[in-house]
Design a protein around this ligand. Structure first.
Ligand code: CA
Length: 223
């Protein structure tokens, strides 16, 4: 899962970025509205965290432009406490949820998880595929009840496939949603990660759709 964070306060941006990375997201950070708007319009994110008070372009304008151009990515806005009118303006501009500053990081993470899974059509924070179980709250994975230790990259890969279960996900799509913009992308690395993940899971849930990509499905399924 890849997230765009648009926040001009350096310290807060750094804290948020660290927490998001720890929670298993690939994160791009923009420090003003113009850069944020550009990235959001040109890179495929699974969710966006958008501060409203931003230099160059304010957050409401950024959000209005994205929505006007048809961007459907879930957006969580960061608002000033006690400014009810800002929240209303944010929702009217196309926000999906908000957190008022100052906030607890856990709340931002929980709201973001909810937005990402709802956008992918999942109601629950826990997801399963056959014997493989993934808990998005703790970023923990188990197979037949046994915990499996995954690297951040492997977790991100499995989480993306879990969110898009039964659908063929191309290597390009995976590359775009697993790495931040500074990562040296090479679609071959996806194959390497898939190989490692298959080995660690030890069960056959990641199917290769030749020439198309991968699909997560319970083992032993006919298709
Ligand atoms: Ca700000």
């Amino acid at each position: 899962m890849r997230v765009l964070l648009v926040e001009d306060e350096e310290d807060l941006a750094r804290q948020l970025q660290e927490s998001l990375v720890d929670a298993g997201y690939a994160v791009d950070v923009a420090h003003d509205g113009e850069e944020g708007h550009y990235l959001g319009a040109n890179e495929p994110y699974d969710a966006i965290v958008l501060d409203l008070g931003l230099p160059i372009l304010d957050g409401i304008t950024v959000l209005e432009r994205w929505r006007r151009d048809g961007l459907a990515t879930p957006v969580l806005i960061l608002t000033a406490r006690d400014r009810w009118s800002e929240k209303v303006a944010g929702f009217d501009a196309g926000a999906d949820d908000y957190v008022a500053k100052p906030f607890h990081m856990e709340e931002v993470l929980a709201r973001l998880r909810a937005l990402v899974r709802r956008a992918a059509g999942h109601a629950s924070a826990e997801m399963s595929c056959g014997p493989v179980h993934l808990d998005t709250r703790s970023a923990k994975v188990s197979v037949d009840g046994q915990p499996i230790k995954l690297t951040a990259q492997e977790y991100r890969l499995l989480a993306y496939l879990m969110h898009h279960q039964d659908k063929i996900v191309s290597r390009t799509e995976l590359t775009e949603h697993l790495y931040d913009q500074d990562f040296d992308r090479d679609s071959n690395t996806i194959e390497v990660f898939v190989g490692r993940l298959r080995k660690k899971l030890g069960v056959d849930v990641i199917q290769t759709a030749r020439g198309l990509g991968y699909r997560l499905a319970p083992p032993g399924g006919a298709n």
